[in-house]
Design a protein around this ligand. Structure first.
Ligand code: UD1
Ligand code: CA
Length: 454
């Protein structure tokens, strides 16, 4: 049967105290909404409608970029009212419907697929869970046969009802989208918050003789994000999941609890990640590569992804930014920053260097303190370093500039003109030597000091 989904995201998220809509806050580098859409799609849902508030124009752009559809809830009158707003988009869609809170970043496809499947059998289903701290979640009251009697929102619950530990996750499925809209259309708002609650839909369905089953899941998968503290908590849970996935795939990690990954990080089997490494979006680390402690790797939309090739060694304390392409067996050492630069096979930049908008040829050796001066305050310029070149320490390469294959550049040079293949380029002033100068200087200074003391 065809499946559609409604993701509720029109709430202001006031507890976040942020100008940004709640579901646009990122977890592992991806907006919460992106995680939810991916999980829903993975459950075999073909049409996804995201409900937003009129002011959330930017979010609608993001929704379109995900290949989902937009619906607008004109006023925030509650989750039931929000779900109904999707009717204008789904029309008389003939198929099953999943309704999911937009603030559930750890949602997983199998749990959503199970909810849809059980709705197909019984008409309606609810996902529930037993959190260690049931806090302000809606409480689930069951019939003797285990089906749903009703959900009571925390604010409407009596002390006895608040003592119930089974909670409403904010995931619902209906075998018929058409029926669901019919039921949601009959919701009333006579409750503590004066809102139309989705959790009351099962009560209305029952009048039509439709029972609601309950599928239970763990509390992490369905945790909702309502505050900054819960956002941080969800991030920590997502990191645990990403690390566990990497370890299971054969990635070595000395201290996984100190490594931070992104939703799209690609770590090939047999690469190794040392302690305290932070990996932002768009990063691939290939087999045999090693990222040593305290390194920071982060691709960017504008400059491109970061790729660390087979057998390359990065860090400790290295920084790879957008467009850093590190080929096989390259060494990038401590306090080296690479941005939009291709470092070809076997090249080395081991200490205190900035390589930006550059190509470093195979086997080249970049001395400590080398800087590609790529920016003139207006434009970025390219530096090209040939294969096997040896760049002496503390060299400034003023781009645009090209250094040929096999060139030697003397330490401390400022290179502004192209250097031909196999030449030596050196721009420092000639060394002068004055014999005995230092000894004379010391004797004079000591005498001055002694005279002052008297
Ligand atoms: C909701 C449930 C509660 C459940 C909990 C699970 C209701 C009334 N309560 O509570 O039973 O235990 O989720 O996390 O549904 N939204 C709109 N329009 C609105 C109001 C909300 O689109 O008018 C969206 C929000 O953006 C959010 C989702 O619906 O993504 C849930 O709203 P939220 O305010 O977070 O509900 P909770 O109080 O967490
Ligand atoms: Ca919530």
């Amino acid at each position: 049967m065809a499946k559609a989904a409604i993701i509720l995201a029109a709430g202001q998220g006031t507890r976040m105290k942020s100008a940004k809509p709640k579901v646009m806050h990122a977890i592992a580098g991806l907006p919460i909404l992106g995680h939810v859409v991916a999980a829903v799609r993975g459950a075999g849902v073909s049409r996804i409608v995201v409900v937003s508030a009129p002011s959330m124009e930017e979010m609608r752009g993001y929704v379109s970029s995900l290949g989902a559809e937009n619906a607008i809830q004109d006023r925030p009158l509650g989750t039931g009212h929000a779900a109904l707003a999707a009717k204008s988009v789904l029309g008389d869609f003939q198929g099953a419907l999943l309704i999911n809170n937009g603030d559930m970043p750890l949602a997983q496809s199998p749990m959503l697929a199970e909810s849809l499947a059980s709705a197909e059998t019984y008409g309606l289903s609810l996902v529930a869970f037993r959190p260690a701290d049931p806090a302000a979640y809606g409480r689930v009251i069951q019939n003797a046969d285990g089906t749903l009697d009703r959900i009571v929102e925390y604010k409407d619950a009596t002390p006895e009802q608040r003592a119930i530990d089974l909670c409403c996750a904010g995931t619902y499925s209906a075998a018929s989208a058409r029926k669901f809209f019919e039921w949601a259309g009959r919701l009333e708002n006579n409750n503590a918050q004066g809102e139309y609650y989705i959790p009351e839909v099962p009560l209305i369905a029952r009048r039509d003789g439709v029972k609601c089953t309950i599928t239970e899941t763990d509390e992490i998968t369905v945790m909702g994000v309502n505050s900054r503290a819960e956002l941080a908590d969800a991030e920590s849970q997502m990191q645990k999941r990403l690390r566990a996935r990497a370890l299971a795939a054969g990635v070595g990690m000395t201290a996984p609890e100190t490594v931070f990954l992104s939703h799209d990080t690609v770590l090939e089997p047999d690469c190794h990640i040392g302690p305290y490494v932070v990996i932002g979006p768009k990063v691939t680390v290939k087999s045999g590569a090693g990222i040593k402690s305290h390194s920071h790797l982060e691709g960017s939309e504008k400059e491109g992804p970061v790729v660390v090739g087979n057998g390359a060694l990065i860090g400790p304390y290295a920084r790879l930014r957008g467009g850093a392409v590190i080929e096989e067996d390259v060494h990038i050492g401590n306090f080296v920053e690479v941005k939009k630069a291709r470092i070809e096979k076997g090249a080395k930049a081991n200490h205190l260097t900035y390589l930006g908008d550059a190509r470093v040829g195979a086997g080249a050796n970049i001395g400590a303190g080398t800087i590609t001066c790529n920016y003139d305050g207006f434009d970025k310029h390219h530096t090209d370093i040939g294969a096997g070149a040896f760049i002496g320490s503390n060299t400034a390469l003023v781009a645009p500039v090209k250094v040929g294959d096999g060139v030697y550049v003397g330490a401390g040079s400022v290179i502004t003109k192209p250097v031909e293949k196999d030449a030596l380029a050196v721009t420092r002033a000639a060394q002068k030597e004055i014999p005995g100068w230092a000894e004379k200087f010391r004797t004079q200074k000591k005498a001055e000091k002694a005279a002052k003391k008297k």
